[in-house]
Design a protein around this ligand. Sequence first.
Ligand code: GNR
Ligand code: NI
Length: 167
Amino acid sequence: MIQHILTWPDPELKKKSAPVVVINDKIRQLVMDMTETMYDAPGIGLAAPQLGALQRVVIIDVSGKEEPPELIVAINPIIIHAEGESYEEEGCLSVIKYAANVRRHASVVVKALNLDGEEQTHRAEGLLAVAFQHEIDHLDGILFVDHLSPLKREIFKRKQRRMTEAS
Ligand code: GNR
Ligand code: NI
């Protein structure tokens, strides 16, 4: 089912998610809900805490209009290697009407479990590398706006406040 996506400044988004201990039906249902919600949005990734589930589960699909879609399900993901630097514009389904450049690693190697509980190694660069770092940040309660300079962050907050007051 398509679920509601929590948005800034919801305090749930700042919490640290817990590792998945067993991949059971509840986790499989969570991944299904995340997948429907991500493609509906649409987005290139989604982390479980964005739906209010504080579990270390992320999904990513950067294949865009290309067929077939390439969905990555990463459970308990960890970055085991990172190198280089990139500075690309990011947005977030949990941050309305705001995008900004964020400094990230240009390439990462991520270890994670898939839905069958098998350990997988993902070597990512470009948009996929950005997506992995963005989604894993969510699991630690970090949003891309937390990477902004203090000045840019203030401008972001002022803009959001003005937007919510206007409605
Ligand atoms: O859909 C999304 N697009 C995006 C673009 C640039 C950098 C990161 C992202 S992730 C975002 C979906 C989302 O908020 N995932 O947590
Ligand atoms: Ni996000």
